[in-house]
Write a protein that binds this ligand. Sequence first.
Ligand code: PLP
Length: 356
Amino acid sequence: MTTTISLTRTDRPKAKPRDEELSFGKFFTDHMFLMDATADHGWHSPRVVPYGPLSLDPSAAVLHYSQEIFEGLKAYRSPRDTILLFRPDKNAARLNRSAARMCMPPVDEAMFLDAIKAVVATDRDWVPGAPGTSLYIRPAMIATEPFLGVRPAQTYSFFIILCPVGAYYAEGFNPVRILVEDHYVRAVKGGTGEAKTGGNYASSLASAEEAHHKGYSQVLWLDGVERKYIEEVGSMNIAFVIDNALVTPSLSGSILDGVTRDTTIQLAKDWGIRVVERPITIEEVFTASHNGRLQEAFGMGTAAVISPVSELAYKDEKLTISNGKVGPLAQRLFDEISDIQRGVKPDPHGWVVEIH
Ligand SMILES: *Cc1c(COP(=O)(O)O)cnc(C)c1O
C-alpha cells in the first residue's frame, strides 16, 4: 500500500475507564480513522484524527435512505503485551460484499487492514488487558452526498472508531433464554440479510423490544417466507448439537456469513466432529429435544464469541436445553477461540495478526 495515512494527535486525551467500569459500546478512544470517496475518484485523504463528531449535511443520503454498512472485530492484548487482531481479512472481504449489495465503493483490503492497524496502534494504550476484555473495532461507511433522491450517492465517508469493552460474561459464562420470533421477519432471500447494514438492525428493534418485555434477551429469526427454517439470532449465527454432530443453517442468502461461525466450523472439523450446514426447521429442533437427541444450542458472534442457549420458547412451548447449563462443546469452543484470539494457544490456521 503506497498511500500514507496522516496522523493528527489529540491535544486533549481523555481519562481511560478502569477495567471494572467497562461495558459494551459506551467508551470511545482518543482517535478515529477517516477517509472520503467520490464515486468517480475513489478513496482519498486517509487520516487518523482526534475522535469527534462528523459534519454532515442534513440532506446526506445516509440520513434518509440508509445507505450504510459496518463491520465489527476486536483487538486483544496478549499476555506478552502484544496487540492482536483475529481474521481481519474476513471482515475486509465481507465489508466489500456488503458494499456491493448497497451500491457503495469497495475499500482496498490492504488499505482496510492498514487503517485498522494505524488507528489501533495510535490508541494502543486503550486496549484493556484484564481477562475477557478487548478493544472493539467498528469500521463503517456512510453515503454523505447532500441530495434527496433514491439513487446511489456520489460521495462517501469511511471511518473506524474504537471502544474498550468489558468481559461479555461479567457474571461468568451464562446461558441465555431466547424467544423464537413467529410474527416479525428479519430478511428474505434476495433482500439485504447477507449485508451488514444498519437497516437490518433498525427493522429488528420492535421484535427485540417485545421479546425483552416477555423476559427474553434475544430473538431467534425464522425464514421470511415459510416461517419454519431457522436463520440466526440478533447479531449471532446459531448452531445445534444433535446426535453429536454440529448442525448450523447453511448460508442461504438471508443470513450473515459470520467470522465466528466459520471459525467454529473449522475447529469442530479439526476436532473430528461431524459438521452439517443445511436448512434446519424449528420443528426439527423441538422434536430432536423431545427424543433426547438435542444436546446443545449456542450463538456465535464476535461480541460474545460463543453464547450458550438454555431455553428456546416457540409459540406456547418452551424447551430447556443442556439442563439449562453450558454444554461441553460450547465451553470448549469458547475457551479455544478466546485463547487463540489472545495469543495464549497456538494458531495453526494463521488467523492472528499482530499490530506493531
Ligand atoms: C455481525 C453479525 C453476526 C456475527 O458475525 P461475526 O463475524 O461472527 O461477528 C451474525 N449475524 C448478524 C446479523 C450480524 O450482524
